[in-house]
Design a protein around this ligand. Structure first.
Ligand SMILES: [Zn+2]
Length: 417
């Protein structure tokens, strides 16, 4: 059976781009344990558990990781550099330009992410109506989702169709609802253009008092809160009010970086999104000159500012911000841009895999954990370029993608828009 690609996923998943009429019906619930084939895969080479632990051999037996050679001979062996499945901590599966997408589209999005090696996603906000993505939790072929619920904003103070709009004063209650609806995270929009200002610019959505109360309510439920901030004022407020994680963080200056580092608040720099700032500024067509200049400055400073975030000792995480504007499957583009900013390959590799898993509280490579792994032909700690072309993507003990299956798409030349 060695080298035979036995792949449940191939039987269950029509090729991308083809209609999946079944999924317009309610998705069938699958019993994962009944679907696993029970095959034994021997993974051999350099198995990177974390910054200090490396193994030479591990096995997947029936979808679970085993560190001792099993009695049964392996059905197949895969050699290479093995990492825990990659983690995108800022991604929107199930979200499109007009809000929630159909199950068929959500499926295509999650498969594009999975085939790039992303096996764990913190969903940074997605509507639950008219389509909820909960059905994905029962699909053995789908990457795991840790949801933030629907992101919170104020009416007309953010993009249409995406957030749950609440009015000033309602944030703590709304955050509590989202904490209960998500998987331990709440996401809100901390700043956005305020068109009611005489000279519109990025401005805060919430008062300090309201944001602090929201954080407290979320923490009381055992959940964490992350916030979208572009401006310096937004990041300063987030840090003042005790948020757990910062998305974008483009406006953070040296003092805020030192504070975030001291408090242990990670930043998700979202490099692809930063690269769109010039284009976003241009969309103002001269109507909001202060805002446009602000975004252009953040755009110009993007590489240096991300390098400064790293130098300050802040934990960086990898987030693509894939949704309608950024195509799913762009993880490699994001890490490539982080490398261009001067973040060492070793740090990016950790941020992309085991460090992010630890941060989210999801097992990586450990005995009896789900066999969610990515195998590369070379060590990404030497050069992240190899992250663009996994040899094998193993999800729940099944080889689902990678060059050995012919299902991995080489990233080609990475260009910035
Ligand atoms: Zn986002």
């Amino acid at each position: 059976m060695i080298d035979q690609v036995t792949n449940l996923t191939d039987q269950e998943t029509p090729p991308l781009g083809q209609p999946t009429p079944l999924l317009d019906q309610p998705a069938p619930l699958l019993d994962r344990s009944a679907c696993l084939t029970g095959q034994v895969i021997h993974l051999s080479g350099r198995v990177i558990v974390d910054a200090t632990t490396e193994l030479t051999d591990i096995w997947s037996v029936g979808g679970r990781l085993v560190f001792e050679r099993p009695a049964r001979p392996a059905d197949r062996r895969i050699d290479g550099v093995v990492l825990p499945g990659l983690v995108d901590v800022h991604c929107h599966i199930g979200l499109g330009e007009k809000g929630a997408v159909t199950p068929a589209e959500a499926r295509a999005q999650s498969l594009a992410d999975r085939d790039s090696g992303v096996l764990l996603v913190r969903d940074a906000g997605c509507p639950r109506q008219p389509y909820d993505t909960r059905w994905l939790d029962d699909q053995i072929w789908a990457p795991r989702l840790v949801r933030c619920g629907q992101h919170l904003a104020i009416t007309k103070r953010y993009l249409r169709h995406l957030p749950r709009n609440v009015e000033p004063g309602q944030l703590p209650q709304a955050a509590q609802v989202e904490a209960l609806a998500g998987d331990g995270w709440v996401k809100l929009v901390g700043d956005w253009i305020d068109r009611s200002m005489p000279r519109p610019d990025l401005a805060l959505l919430w008062s300090d008092d309201e944001l602090s109360q929201a954080v407290q309510r979320v923490h009381a439920l055992g959940a964490r809160l992350t916030t979208h901030v572009f401006s310096a004022a937004g990041a300063a407020q987030a840090l003042r009010c005790g948020v757990d994680c910062i998305e974008h963080g483009t406006g953070m200056d040296a003092a805020m970086m030192a504070q975030a580092s001291r408090l242990g608040v990670p930043v998700v720099p979202t490099m692809i999104q930063r690269g769109n700032f010039a284009q976003i500024a241009a969309s103002g067509q001269g109507k909001y000159p202060v805002w446009e200049a602000h975004l252009r400055r953040l755009y110009d400073e993007r590489y240096a500012q991300v390098r400064a975030l790293y130098d300050s000792g802040i934990q960086l995480l990898v987030g693509t911000d894939e949704s309608a504007a950024i195509a799913h499957g762009s993880f490699y583009r994001e890490v490539d841009l982080m490398a261009r900013a001067g973040i060492p390959a070793e740090v990016i590799t950790a941020a992309a895999s085991y460090a992010a898993r630890r941060y989210l509280g999801v097992p990586g490579i450990e005995p009896d954990a789900s066999a969610d792994l990515v195998v590369y032909p070379a060590d990404p700690r030497q050069s992240v370029a190899v992250l663009g072309c996994p040899k094998a993507v193993v999800l729940r003990g099944e080889v689902v993608a990678g060059t050995i299956t012919g299902r991995s798409r080489p990233p080609g030349k990475v260009t910035e828009r």
